[in-house]
Design a protein around this ligand. Sequence first.
Ligand SMILES: [Zn+2]
Length: 321
Amino acid sequence: MSPLAAGRASPYNVPEMSDDLNLKTEMEFAYGMPSPMAPGVVRLVANNASKLTFKGTNTYLIGSASLAVIDPGPEDREHKEAILKAAQDRPISHIVITHAHRDHVEGVAALKAETGAKVFAFGRTPDTDGTDSADHAGSEEFTDHAFTPDVGLADGDRIAGEDWELTALHTPGHAPDHLCFALAGHGVVFSGDHVMAWNTSVIAPPEGRMADYLRSLEKLLERDDSVFLPGHGGRIIAPRRTVRAYLLHRRWREQAILDAVRQGKNTIRKLVPAIYRDLDEDIVGVATLSLRAHVEHLVERGLIVCDDVANVDCALVFSSP
Ligand SMILES: [Zn+2]
């Protein structure tokens, strides 16, 4: 079972919530073997499976002359060798990053050293990075704050090789620097960790922001793409339906939280077991942060009052309109 869908039997969950998601956990692949995903696109899966990375981080190679590599993945010599082997004799000119989480960027240095490729990613600023924020420390486990691209990208920027062109779509929420990339001419979007088929995206404050995430989902609904290739798990062949289901899922969850608070689960600590039942010990931390992201979003809109959302024991006061 996927970690954050574990609450389907909770008294505060509406049954349709998880069913609507129709999470897709089957995935055909072999580590080290490139799989064709779209014309001119192959995928390699890094061998870093975990509860948060599923079977491992997906690395995509794009093009037929000079190549772009999206997300080299973790630091792993075998994975790097598999990327170089899949490239055959074609030069890798671009390394393109969806976001600076460790499972996506730790392999950048070695691949760059080997290929001389330029690294492209969202240009973080102190504002978006959170480096000047006091509770920034909590994100270090996941985020490589030292990562800096050669070329900073902003929303709408294009990068191209001989026979491919990618447009950056700034999609903060899971991470403030998150970019999806639309591949011109194929209806393909590389959706990173923003939209995946195997599970919903983890929104973990302080870097993760629910309001941004929901806006970034809506941004993808304005487009008409035919397939998403995510950062973990298999391809998404009905992307708009998936995005709509994720928006609905978050609305249901928010409603479940409001119901639980109304029934006396009035701290984030008390909400965790009410919303996520039978949670494995090792993902309680992530589930807690995910709930905090929802609570922050409720506080921002004045639906809940809380003096300090970073404190799991802070009283949540329900304010009905
Ligand atoms: Zn990831």
